[in-house]
Design a protein around this ligand. Structure first.
Ligand code: AMP
Ligand code: ZN
Length: 467
């Protein structure tokens, strides 16, 4: 039985999807205003490992990961400039061009890291109508109210607003209440915007849409959606009002995900997410990754130093998703040595025919992924298989079976092509041995040796190795 640590329950729980054998999975995707750093990439590889694990366990996974291309302000709550527009000005491009540019880089990077493509890759700006519909429902139900600057969600109306974070709002009020642009008409400092009007600090906003909210309380006008509303809407439109898994980084617990729950559950009257999964962060040299300190490395920086992206993937597999992981160049070098070592062993094993995946190891593998996606345990298991007394052909089959989840492309490791001549001799020798013609068998062994190969007898035939 798969067990998952659910942030909502604050414990590991048995996983039961809403629909038998199908899992709906939403991951908060990138805000596409810059090249994502390797911390962001860790989150993508972790989600990929989870999706592959679920598929291995027999589920059909429907995954959506969004692109935030409007409405994420420079703070995670309601303050500051729109990140997209800020970069658009800096790079003298339109926000759409900025989104196209960074989505392209992101997709190249996730592909290089061998992450499977999600089923849906929604761009927030393509779902504005659905977002407006949700705002209207919130207004109709009395969960939202308008000021001159924005339409806010009234958190006092939410049922158990802090259920995900457990935060004490009297001590730890949301950032939205303390910044430079305080809307004096907000009812509660922690109320968050679901729709901003093109006015006040956003009067020069570049990406805005006409809004015709039907409410006496709303002075209609153009505007743009709040970031939290975007994820709520895309998730619901593509995967349904209740989804099985919603994943994101731990920084999203107190604001982004708390607000997603509040508005979705208020609008729909049903539970929004069954299992909330949060990944811990990647640090660099034990510190927070940041552009200003030069530690926000991108995948391109890793490749520029000669590393194959799959070395980074291997590095990520070494830590559990709920543990912090620290990146150093030494640690990456160690991952490279370990992956090369594994590849060499696979290349050796690949000289032989592929056998059968071993059922005992398979069971151990299933136990590891079912224990809240225990990636380090799976990696350790690979080395247990290599050290075991399984037939080489079965070792190969077992590891390639696990690699469907690890995603290290081990199947494509160049097989040492054994020359046809050597295989022909080995088969002749097999026949000689079956006929108990030992003299002939020894003669052929020498001939094989002369061609640079060593033949060993095994239960299921023979094994060839390069000298
Ligand atoms: P953003 O573009 O900032 O919205 O981030 C995209 C995704 O990367 C989100 O799911 C974040 O939680 C995640 N993320 C951001 N920084 C890190 C980090 N240092 N380590 C791991 N994941 C991160
Ligand atoms: Zn999100």
């Amino acid at each position: 039985m798969l067990k998952i640590y659910n942030t909502l329950a604050k414990k590991k729980e048995d996983f039961t999807p809403i629909k038998k054998n199908v899992v709906t999975f939403y991951q908060c995707g990138p805000t596409v205003y810059w090249t994502q750093h390797i911390g962001n990439m860790r989150a993508m590889v972790l989600a990929d490992f989870m999706v592959r694990s679920l598929e291995y366990l027999g589920y059909k996974v429907k995954m959506a990961r969004n692109y935030t291309d409007v409405g994420h302000l420079t703070s995670d709550s309601d303050l500051g400039e729109d990140k997209m527009e800020k970069t658009a000005k800096q790079e003298a491009m339109t926000p759409e061009q900025i989104a196209d540019k960074y989505i392209k880089i992101f997709e190249q990077d996730t592909k290089a890291l061998n992450c499977q493509e999600p089923d849906y890759k929604p761009r927030a700006t393509d779902y504005i109508k659905d977002m407006q519909k949700m705002v209207q429902i919130l207004l109709d139900k009395g969960f939202a109210y308008s000021t001159d600057l924005a339409i806010y969600f009234d958190i006092s109306r939410a049922t158990d607003y802090t259920k995900l974070s457990g935060q004490d709002l009297t001590k730890n009020i949301s950032e939205a209440g303390k910044g430079d642009v305080i809307d004096k008409d907000k009812r509660n400092p922690a109320d968050f915007a679901v729709w901003f009007f093109k006015t006040g600090s956003h009067q020069n906003a570049l990406q805005t849409w006409p809004s015709k909210f039907e409410s006496k309380l709303v002075d209609n006008g153009v505007g743009f959606p709040g970031w939290h509303l975007e994820c709520s809407t895309m998730c619901q439109t593509l995967l349904g009002k209740t989804v099985d898994i919603h994943m994101g980084g731990i920084e999203h617990i107190p604001v982004h995900h708390t607000n997603e729950i509040a508005q979705s559950e208020a609008a729909n009257g049903v539970e929004f997410v069954k299992y909330w999964l949060h990944n811990e962060h990647l640090t660099v040299d034990s510190g927070k990754m940041s552009k200003s300190s030069g530690t926000a490395y991108s995948l391109a920086d890793i490749e520029a130093k000669g590393y194959d992206p799959l070395v980074l993937r291997y590095f990520f597999l070494q830590a559990h998703y709920r543990s912090k992981q620290n990146f150093t160049w030494e640690a990456l070098e160690a991952a490279k040595i370990a992956l090369n070592n594994l590849r060499e062993k696979i290349a050796d094993l690949s000289i032989n025919k592929i056998g059968k995946s071993n059922i005992d190891f398979q069971n151990k593998f299933i136990d590891s992924i079912s224990d809240d996606f225990n990636m380090p345990q799976v990696l350790a298991l690979i080395f247990e298989v290599l050290k075991s007394d399984l037939l080489d052909s079965d070792k190969l089959a077992t590891i390639l079976d696990f690699d469907q989840v690890l995603g290290l492309s081990l199947k494509s490791i160049k097989k040492e092509k054994t020359p046809k001549e050597v295989i022909k001799l080995a088969d002749l020798r097999l026949k000689a041995r079956a006929d108990k013609n030992w003299q002939e068998s020894d003669k052929i062994r020498d001939q094989i040796k002369e061609l640079g190969y060593i033949i060993e007898d095994t239960v299921d035939g023979y094994k060839l190795k390069k000298e």
